[in-house]
Design a protein around this ligand. Structure first.
Ligand SMILES: [Zn+2]
Length: 217
């Protein structure tokens, strides 16, 4: 019997590639995977917002294709705008998309947003709310990083939360088989080349594994 779809909820184009890309490729080899991208990553550049959003949406489409995802949904919230004020509007929009696919599994960031980016935290909280609300969703996977990895990026952003101890992790996926695919997806984000190069250099020092916390009903 074919597995039910899995839907990923991310805040920005590149979260899928710089995050659990290997696992997305792994899941996509077993079942239909869809990516919901809440913003179009229109904040960080000298380019005007609309043209940057278009470029970044195209990059995500390319990355998603490389990873074997079946489709991408853009919600087009403004990059950096996610907060309490949009919580229910965002939840409603995500649910509208999810209803089409009826996934039994959702995948998002851990509740610390991995890097502490507030957009990631909001995406994780809203996805948790949706997980509780929709009966047919049985599993929620929170992508997270180990302590050793987060040590490397603690000056990356504003407050970067610590990572997890190995014993706190519920699911570790060996992504060595998908490593080249993962790097290719990261490089598809050409407008984020500096970040991609830096992250590739860093993750190459660690085992080819991705980690998740798991909630089940
Ligand atoms: Zn992000």
């Amino acid at each position: 019997m074919k597995l039910k779809p899995l839907v990923c909820v991310f805040a920005h184009p590149d979260d899928e590639a710089f995050g659990p890309a290997g696992s997305i490729a792994h899941f996509a080899s077993q079942r239909d995977v869809y990516i919901i991208c809440v913003t179009s990553g229109d904040a960080a550049s000298v380019k005007d917002k609309d043209s940057l959003a278009k470029i970044r949406e195209k990059e995500l489409l390319k990355s998603a294709e490389i990873l074997g995802a079946k489709g991408v949904e853009f919600l087009r919230f403004t990059d950096g705008s996610l907060c309490n004020n949009v919580y229910h509007k965002l939840a409603d929009k995500i649910i509208q998309k999810i209803e089409k696919y009826k996934p039994d599994t959702l995948l998002t960031f851990d509740l610390k947003g991995v890097s502490g980016h507030v957009d990631h935290v909001v995406a994780a909280l809203v996805t948790s709310f949706i997980f509780q609300k929709l009966k047919y969703v049985k599993t929620l996977l929170y992508y997270c990083e180990l302590k050793e990895m987060m040590e490397q990026i603690k000056d990356y952003f504003v407050y970067v939360p610590p990572g997890y101890n190995k014993q706190d992790i519920d699911l570790t996926i060996d992504v060595s088989k998908y490593w080249d695919t993962k790097l290719k997806a990261m490089r598809a984000h050409e407008s984020q080349k500096d970040d991609a190069d830096w992250i590739i250099g860093m993750i190459s020092k660690f085992p080819k594994e991705e980690h998740f916390l798991k909630l089940e009903k």
